[in-house]
Design a protein around this ligand. Sequence first.
Ligand code: BTN
Length: 275
Amino acid sequence: MAAEHAQDALALDPRRLHEMLDDLRFGRRVEIHDSIGSTNDRAKSLGRGGAADGTVVAANHQTAGRGRRGRVWHSPAGAGLYVSVVLRSPAITAGYAAAVQLAAGVALAETLRPLVPRCPELLWPNDCLCDGAKIAGVLVEAESGAEGLDFLVCGIGVNVNQIESDFPSALMGAATSVRMLGGRVADRTELLGRLLQALDVWEDVARHRGTCGVIPRWEELAPSARGHEVELESVDGFVKGVSAGLGERGGLRVVSDGAEREVLLGELVRVRRKS
Ligand code: BTN
């Protein structure tokens, strides 16, 4: 019985979540699963079936959580936030997808800031780190139909109540959680509600103003995006240079050997402040 209660306390609370999302787009259809393979996969399958813009899929546990670039996203039961939203805009374009990537990072950082000392910073494209350790990440996937891009799924994972030993040994020191930084167990329902409220605001900016509307705030939350020596793994190979802010397409501009280029697909893997 005691164990059951402990488990109940760990589970997301649909009623409280509903109250927090009351008249928001992300409150109209919310699925909460006890355990699922991947919330992104479930959201994609709902999207293919015509699910409305703003449909939310959350889970207390993922058995096949996915990160960017084919990585595994460790998703222990009751410890993290695992959530995906279906986004359908009248104009789903590559530009909108790039803006959503950035908007999700901003929403994450703004939600976590009040909870963790040494507030999280963003690392291009949208990793959320505290003192160099990863606390959250975003996986945006686009689904195409005969007429082009049909809908997006924006999946977000946050390490909330994990303790050091919950992470696989390969991630020790490289991953952290709200609990590890804040010193106490956090309310995952409250955090999910706040995250979806922030996403509602920033996705709207992405939808109506594109990357240009999101970039100024994104850059404020990402000190490494300007004037730092950076190394990136891009689809075209390894890139090394000095960061020079984001371009209009949401890529990171990098100056090397006097020439500037914008890396659109890839991720920042190393940062050093320029001396
Ligand atoms: C990354 O930083 O590599 C992205 C991690 C994204 C993880 C989330 S958890 C909810 C959603 N479902 C998944 O399978 N992945 C995303």
